[in-house]
Design a binder for this molecule. Structure first.
Ligand code: GLN
Length: 249
């Protein structure tokens, strides 16, 4: 029986707007295909995880306060995380976690939370607590040469700069900054995105892209995933896309 091993980082600290749902969706879609899904968790105080032993590492979003607490812990693993990324382990990073993989996050009060500096983007919150990128968002994402619409929900004060390879082009919502045309960061086996929602339940195609990527790497083959009945997911998507992308007078 094939299996995928997932590491869920800081589940007790980084969990906003259904981020945990992403793990549940991966597990559901794997088990429907008779693929075992092992989920390990790591949080502050636990033994150092062996990042390279995993197929996928997931971390969700969190407010500035939580970010500053865990950033001190996360930097201990900087080298091992870099190694895992170089080895091809897939990293799915949402919002607060996405920010912490860059150079730094400067919060509303001007405090700098150092990032892992795995990538050279950086994030700065504008110094007005009331101004945040909040709301539904739709982006165009290219997965294996096919463009698909990815739907989510964003809520961030942080404005992310110096993105060389964005995750998607914004069709509705803000993205990396207020009124940006780009959202997130996507490089080979790393997706960093502001999209909560949970992201993968609204975007089964993206969930399967990640699953296939991880299985292909692990088993060194070009796996054809058995298709699943996504009738309800697609009905929901149609409704949301119609609501967000069609002009209503
Ligand atoms: N604290 C960050 C910001 O407001 C991240 C928020 C989040 O993870 N939703 O930019």
């Amino acid at each position: 029986m094939k299996e995928l091993k997932i590491l869920y980082l800081y589940p007790d600290i980084l969990e906003l707007y259904g981020d945990f749902g992403n793990i549940q969706v991966l597990k559901y879609r794997l088990e429907k295909r008779n693929i075992k899904c092992i989920i390990d968790q790591y949080t502050i105080g636990d033994n150092e995880p062996h990042f390279c032993d995993y197929d996928l590492v997931f971390a969700g979003g969190g407010a500035d306060q939580e970010q500053s607490i865990l950033a001190k812990d996360l930097v201990n693993y900087k080298n091992n995380i870099k190694k895992a990324i170089d080895n091809g382990v897939f990293f799915l990073l949402i919002c607060g976690a996405y920010q912490l993989f860059g150079k730094y996050y400067k919060d509303v009060n001007g405090n700098i939370i150092p990032g892992l500096e795995v990538f050279d983007y950086y994030t700065e919150a504008i110094n007005d607590r009331k101004k945040r990128c909040i709301g539904n968002i739709v982006i165009d994402v290219t997965l294996n040469d096919t463009t698909t619409k990815v739907i989510g929900f964003e809520n961030h004060g942080g404005q992310t700069f110096n993105i060389s390879t964005p995750f998607g082009n914004v069709l509705y919502g803000n993205g990396n900054k207020f009124g940006d045309t780009h959202e997130g960061f996507f490089l080979n086996n790393v997706i960093g995105t502001y999209l909560h929602g949970p992201l993968l339940s609204k975007n089964p195609e993206l969930a399967d892209y990640i699953i296939k990527h991880c299985l292909d790497r692990k088993y060194n083959e070009n796996i054809i995933l058995e298709s699943l009945d996504d009738k309800f997911e697609n009905l929901c998507r149609d409704q949301l896309l119609n609501q967000f992308l069609t002009p209503h007078n």
